[in-house]
Write a protein that binds this ligand. Structure first.
Ligand SMILES: CSC[C@H]1O[C@H](OP(=O)(O)O)[C@H](O)[C@@H]1O
Ligand SMILES: Nc1ncnc2[nH]cnc12
Length: 293
């Protein structure tokens, strides 16, 4: 039987989520990474004894737009802090009538239409190709889903999150196109975040919190930040309750991830050891040390 360990839970807070309450032993700690500075200091603490590390994705006060986030630094900072499991909290627009504002969607797929972002820790001098067929950790997703149901939240398990570049919201034609592709929700941030979490061998799951119907719906002409923030504020109490209830469950000692998120690099690096750039390899040790020993 394989050994168990105590998971450390990383929480990435999106629009409207800039703090986590109920944490004990709270301390904001600044951290730097080989990829630069993350969006903000990391908030370390414990919930029911479980070690948690929170990062406000856009920084406190929301100064950083989706295209300017240093996604590599954010994920590297969490990895360096000892995080093993990430729950990403995100505001999204709905692309389906049945996903009304207030619904929490535990997504299971992405279509990545972002284009102006650094998407890999690996580079010339050390090339890796990780599997992304199942981009979200099903173990964490199932725990989020069952916990939300027990709390009687409006939750849907499964759905595709379309990642757009932004920062402008979609045109009506784009919104209809993504609907015709069968996408459930739309947002601007979860890629490359999920790709980088996979490269860093972190389990990663998203609670996509619906704030609006995007622009395809008769209910509104266009999306506005005001409307999004209003619904997000209403969602916040539910988000807090979900985080509060789910962390003790995620923090239970466990073995390796059944889906293999924590072994994503086992067969991913293609560059032969003698062709690797030593400086890049040194940088990569903080996120891929397990396979670069
Ligand atoms: C304020 S609405 C647009 C903004 O909200 C979402 O961000 P996050 O995933 O961090 O909650 C969306 O992707 C946009 O960045
Ligand atoms: N309609 C929308 N499009 C993109 N990102 C969003 N975040 C919240 N609502 C959104």
């Amino acid at each position: 039987m394989s050994e168990t360990f105590e998971p450390v839970i990383g929480l990435i807070g999106g629009s409207g989520v800039y703090d986590i309450d109920g944490l004990t032993d709270k301390e904001w700690k600044t951290i730097d990474t080989p990829w630069g500075a993350p969006s903000d200091a990391l908030l370390h603490g414990r919930l029911d004894g479980v070690r948690c590390v929170f990062l406000p994705r856009h920084g406190r006060g929301h100064p950083i737009p989706p295209s300017r986030l240093n996604y590599r630094a954010n994920i590297a900072a969490l990895k360096i802090a000892g995080v093993t499991d990430i729950v990403s909290l995100s505001a999204v627009g709905s692309l389906r009538e049945d996903l009304s504002p207030g619904t929490f969607v535990i997504i299971d797929q992405f279509i990545d239409r972002s284009f102006a972002r650094e998407k890999s820790f690996f580079d010339t001098g050390c090339v890796a190709h990780v599997a992304m067929a199942d981009p979200l950790c099903p173990r964490i997703g199932d725990i989020l889903d069952s916990t939300a149901r027990e709390l009687a939240l409006s939750v849907v398990r499964g759905g595709t999150y379309l990642v757009m570049e932004g920062p402008q919201f979609s045109t009506r034609a784009e919104s209809e196109l993504y609907r015709s592709w069968g996408c459930a929700v739309i947002g601007m941030t979860n890629m490359p975040e999920a790709k980088l979490a996979r490269e860093a061998e972190l389990c990663y799951a998203t609670v996509a919190m619906v704030t609006d119907y995007d622009c395809w719906h008769d209910d509104h002409d266009s999306v506005t930040v005001d409307a999004v923030v209003k619904v997000m504020t209403a969602n916040a109490a539910n988000a807090r309750a979900l985080v509060r209830a789910v962390i003790p469950r995620l923090g239970t000692p466990r073995g390796p991830c059944p889906a293999g998120c924590d072994r994503a690099l086992d067969h991913a690096i293609i560059t032969s050891p003698d062709a690797r750039d030593p400086a890049l390899v040194e940088k990569l040790r903080s996120i891929a040390g397990r396979v670069l020993a």
